[in-house]
Design a protein around this ligand. Structure first.
Ligand code: MSP
Length: 471
C-alpha cells in the first residue's frame, strides 16, 4: 500500500474564512479521497498560520489579546473545514509550543546558510514580504493586492542564502523532480528564481513582537513565512522524529499567489536540511466574485456558509470542483451557482437516480454484486491533477445514461411484458450508474454514498426526498 502525504496552505487567521479558502481544501480533499479509493494510505495536513504583524495589528485594532484573537479565528477555520467535510488527518496551529520549538531547531540546522546583515527596503504587511525597488516602482509604491503603500524598512536582519541552493532548485524544477503545475507557472517561477536575492528571514523584536524567537538571539523574531512553511514537516514530528515514512509530500496544494514561497524558499529550506523536495506543487487560481478580487472594501466577499447553506455540501463541492477551473482564475456568481445546481446536479444526476430507482422498484429489479472498475482515462486525469476534466469525463457518462434511458425506453419494455429484456436493460443501466458513482466519489462524497444506499437496498426504492430538490 502506497503511503501518501498531502498538504494545504495554512491560512492567516486575521479574519474569518471566505470562499477562496475553500479551494485548497476542495482540491486536496478530492485528491486524498481519490488516493484512498485506489488503495493508498493518506496523511493529510491542514492548519492555521498565526504569526506575523498582520495578525498582531488586527488583534490590537480590535483591542483583543493576540492569543485570544488567534484562538477564536483558528476555531472558525477548523469549523469551516469540518463543515466542508474535509478528510484531513492532522491539524497544526503555528502557535503550538511543539511547532515553535521545532522551528527553532530547524533554524539551528540551517545556521551555515544564515548571516546577519543590514536591510533597507520596501515591505508589504499584507503579503508579509519584502519587494524589490523595481517592483515598488512598477506598482507606484502601493501593493496591488492589498492597496496599501509599501513601508520603508531599515533594520538588521538575518538572511537566508538562497544562492547556496539556486542551481539545485532550478534543476529540480526543470527536470520535474519537483513538478510545478500548471506548466505555465513553472516558467514564471524559473524566471523569478533567476532574479531571486537572498531572503531576509527575521525582524527585530521591536518591529515584530508576534512570532517565533530566533534561537540564541533574543533581539530577533523569525519571519512569518519561515515558521509557516516549516509546518509541513513539524506536523510530522521533524526534527524529533524520522519523517521518511511520509516525506517527501506527494502533493502540496497552494494558491498561485503564494507559489513563489513554496517553489523557492521552501525547497531551499528543505535542501538546507538535507531533506528531499516535494513531488508536486499544485498551484490553483483565484476565486473571483463577479470578475473582481473579493475584498471587504468592494463589499463583494461571498460568505462560505451562505453558499454551503443554500443547497448543501454536494452543491458546494460540485460548483468548486467542476465550474471553478483547477488552475486558472474563475468567477463565482450566484446565478452560475444556481444554474449549475438546478440544470446539472438536480436535472442530470438527481433525476437520473430518481428515474432509475422508480423503474427498478416498479418492476422488481434485483441486482447481483456490482464491482465497477475505474476507467483508465479517468485515473490518468486524476493522477495528473486535472480534476475539472476528470469531473467532466464522469459527468458526460451521467448524461450518457440519461440518453440511453430515453432511447431504450425501459417503461415500454415493461408495458409490452418483455420482462427478460427489461431486466437486462435495467441492470446494464444501473451498472453504468455504479461506475459513474465511483468516479464521482472523490468529488461528491455524501451524494455518492446516498446513491449507493438506494441501489444496494433490497428491494430498490427511490429516495423519499430527491437527492437535489429544485429551488
Ligand atoms: N498564510 C499564508 C499561507 C502559508 S502556507 C505555508 C497565506 N494565507 S492566506 O489566508 O492568505 O491564503 C491561504 C490559501 O488560500 C492560499 O493557498 C491562498 O492562495 C488561498 N486563497 C486566498 N484567497 C483566495 C481566493 N480568492 N481564491 C482562491 N484561493 C485563495 O497565504
Amino acid at each position: 500500500m502506497e503511503k501518501i502525504y498531502i498538504t494545504t496552505a495554512i491560512p492567516y487567521v486575521n479574519g474569518a474564512p471566505h470562499i477562496g479558502h475553500a479551494m485548497d481544501y476542495c482540491l486536496a480533499d478530492t485528491y486524498a479521497r481519490y488516493q484512498r479509493m485506489i488503495g493508498s494510505e493518506v496523511k493529510f495536513q491542514a492548519g492555521t498560520d498565526e504569526h506575523g504583524n498582520k495578525i498582531y495589528l488586527k488583534a490590537k485594532e480590535l483591542g483583543v489579546p493576540t492569543e485570544t484573537y488567534v484562538t477564536e479565528n483558528a476555531e472558525k477555520f477548523k469549523q469551516f473545514i469540518s463543515e466542508l467535510n474535509v478528510s484531513y488527518t492532522d491539524f497544526i496551529r503555528t502557535t503550538d509550543a511543539e511547532h515553535e520549538r521545532r522551528c527553532q531547531e530547524i533554524w539551528r540546522r540551517l545556521k551555515e546558510h544564515i548571516y546577519l546583515a543590514k536591510y533597507e527596503g520596501w515591505y508589504c504587511t499584507g503579503c508579509e514580504r519584502f519587494v524589490t525597488e523595481k517592483e515598488c516602482q512598477e506598482n507606484h509604491g502601493v501593493c496591488p493586492d492589498h492597496q496599501k503603500p509599501y513601508e520603508k524598512l531599515e533594520e538588521e536582519n538575518y538572511y537566508f542564502r538562497i544562492s547556496d541552493f539556486k542551481e539545485r532548485i532550478f534543476e529540480a524544477i526543470n527536470s520535474g523532480e519537483m513538478l510545478i503545475l500548471p506548466d505555465f507557472r513553472k516558467k514564471e517561477i524559473l524566471k523569478l528564481l533567476e532574479d531571486s536575492p537572498d531572503v531576509s528571514i527575521s525582524r527585530p523584536r521591536s518591529q515584530l513582537a508576534w512570532g517565533v524567537p530566533v534561537p540564541d538571539d533574543d533581539s530577533q523574531v523569525m519571519y512569518v513565512w519561515i515558521d509557516a512553511l516549516a509546518n509541513y514537516i513539524t506536523v510530522l514530528g521533524y526534527p524529533d522524529e524520522d519523517i521518511s515514512e511520509w516525506w517527501p509530500a506527494k502533493a502540496q496544494f497552494v494558491g498561485k499567489d503564494i507559489l513563489r514561497f513554496h517553489a523557492i524558499i521552501w525547497p531551499a529550506i528543505l535542501l538546507g536540511l538535507n531533506l528531499p523536495l516535494p513531488q508536486v506543487l499544485v498551484s490553483h487560481g483565484m476565486v473571483l466574485a463577479d470578475g473582481q478580487k473579493m475584498s471587504k472594501s468592494i463589499g463583494n466577499v461571498v460568505e462560505p456558509m451562505e453558499v454551503l447553506n443554500r443547497h448543501g455540501l454536494d452543491a458546494f463541492h460540485y460548483f468548486f470542483l467542476r465550474h471553478i477551473d483547477t488552475f486558472a482564475d474563475s468567477d463565482f456568481t450566484w446565478d452560475k451557482f444556481e444554474d449549475a445546481y438546478n440544470n446539472e446536479l438536480a436535472n442530470d444526476l438527481g433525476n437520473l437516480v430518481q428515474r432509475l430507482a422508480t423503474l427498478a422498484q416498479k418492476n422488481n429489479i434485483t441486482l447481483g454484486e456490482i464491482n465497477p472498475n475505474l476507467p483508465a482515462e479517468y485515473c490518468e486525469l486524476m493522477d495528473n491533477f486535472e480534476f475539472n476534466k476528470a469531473f467532466d469525463f464522469a459527468w458526460e457518462k451521467v448524461q450518457g445514461i440519461n440518453r440511453k434511458i430515453d432511447e431504450e425506453k425501459p417503461w415500454m419494455l415493461a408495458k409490452n411484458g418483455e420482462t427478460e429484456k427489461l431486466g437486462t436493460c435495467m441492470r446494464a443501466l444501473i451498472i453504468e450508474l455504479f461506475s459513474v458513482n465511483q468516479m464521482l466519489e472523490p468529488f461528491l462524497p455524501t451524494a455518492t454514498e446516498k446513491i449507493k444506499t438506494v441501489f444496494e437496498k433490497e428491494p430498490i426504492a427511490p429516495p423519499e426526498v430527491p437527492l437535489f430538490p429544485k429551488s
